[in-house]
Design a protein around this ligand. Sequence first.
Ligand code: SAM
Length: 443
Amino acid sequence: MLLRVEEQGAFSGLELNRVLTDAGLSRPDAALATELVYGTIQRRLTIDHVLAARVKGWPNKVEPWVRCLLRLSYYQLRWLDRVPAHAVTDEAVRIAKKRGHGGIAGLVNGTLRALLRQGVTPPLPAGLPPAERLSLAHSYPLWLAERWVAAYGEGGAEALMAAGNEPPHMSVRANRLRGTRDALLAELASAGVYAEPSKLSPDGIVAARAGSLAQTPWYASGRLSVQDESSMLVAAVCDPQPGMNVLDCCAAPGGKAAHMAERMAGEGRVTANDVHPHKEALIREQAERLGLPNVVTTVSDALSLPERIAPGSMDVVLLDAPCSGLGVIRRKPEIKWNKSADDIASLASLQRRLLESASRMVKPGGRLVYSTCTIAPEENEEAVRDFLNAHPDFRLDPAWPEETLAPLRDAGVVDGDFAGMAQLLPQHFGSDGFFIARLARAD
Ligand SMILES: C[S@@+](CC[C@H](N)C(=O)[O-])C[C@H]1O[C@@H](n2cnc3c(N)ncnc32)[C@H](O)[C@@H]1O
């Protein structure tokens, strides 16, 4: 899996899903495999810094599979305390012999044993500037560390980066059309799942040590969907009412569109659009599973939607835009190594065009919600400000439902000057980093 992520640009989550589905491992073994894949990718920069001082030609002159093996083994020695050191080294040497030859096994053995002798956590070089220290300590590329130190100060950046290395909570959304959250909580508890109500969303449930709730009868029967708590805020901010005409411009796999349809009690219409034809089925499956006949799917580039949908016809338009994903690094750690400042610039330009297009379908007096799962002002606040400067008929709308504002206020995410946009960081609630802005169109 590590090789495929590194060499073929595979996504760690999808790889794990695919491999673990076939592997038939026990739950603890599957959890360990998950930890090894995520952890090794997450800590890559720190790992490479340590290995570069000990392995000649690291990383480029070392064969990719040996690189993965050494990283994986060092990750365990340094960050996991329940795998004995001898098991790590013995297993690494066995794999090196099986896949390579004696020379490689010798290199692997020598490197790991030297690390164990000298201490697996070598101190960082003294006197580093803050961004360089954070980059090395928490394993983020320097450009990201610099960006976040400039935006949030050294302490804020450190909290953000540390939170990005924590395993995400498992959270689910109760389908309010198929029973109450309390009833579902009670059923989960009686089945031995440790679950509690989300602080962020009245539909949310946070579960611990639950395995994948997507493999349960509650999921199959449409009682719940797997969704991050931050993501659940978006439908609440859209606040669609039964009977409304709602458009989700970038809807696949359908989490927020389905949530909106649930909140509309199945009345009215949610048009769930996505550019990728193969993703349409994902949205349809969700709507069917959850019992939501008011979700209609379309396949279209959101930039050309105003040619298909009457301008000014929607009560609510959601643009949950494609973004750099810096808020979901906990779930997709390879984002750290695959994204660049250039990607942010090109996404920022696409997002401005998408916002322009989405806004044309909002009714006079209607609302436009813009969201991303990233933490980059160019893709978030600045995109909204630029849009507002060019569209005097729109204004920021701070009248979010109290159910959403109250927890954000309590956590200090928004204050008394709240204007209608919020940036959640992973350290606020342990949920994904998310940006949400709500705009109102003049009557
Ligand atoms: C952040 S995801 C949406 C997640 C979704 N709202 C949910 O809650 O499940 C962004 C989606 O935008 C789609 N997309 C990217 N470019 C698009 C475009 N030009 N027009 C429409 N959809 C687009 C992608 O296929 C992707 O599914």
